[in-house]
Design a protein around this ligand. Structure first.
Ligand SMILES: [Zn+2]
Length: 75
């Protein structure tokens, strides 16, 4: 997995919200794993406080693990 280089926001600058399956009507691309989030799935939307237009949708597990990702090739 690649580090989310396109997600340069500190946690304190981001509001997160759970998206319920009935609210999820589109397919989103998760920045954590670069896989699609299918419609009707429970996920998280993360909204930078100072750049709300850059909000992204994440799988819950990817959001939880965003700090625990190791650089590729390192152990
Ligand atoms: Zn993901």
């Amino acid at each position: 997995m690649n580090p989310p280089a396109h997600w340069p926001f500190a946690d304190g600058d981001v509001d997160t919200r759970f998206v319920q399956p009935y609210e999820a009507t589109k397919t989103y691309l998760c920045p954590g794993c670069e896989q699609e989030i299918p419609p009707r799935s429970h996920h998280i939307v993360a909204v930078p406080r100072h750049a709300p237009e850059l909000r992204r949708h994440w799988h819950r597990s990817c959001w939880d693990r965003r700090h625990h990702r190791k650089p590729r090739g390192l152990r």
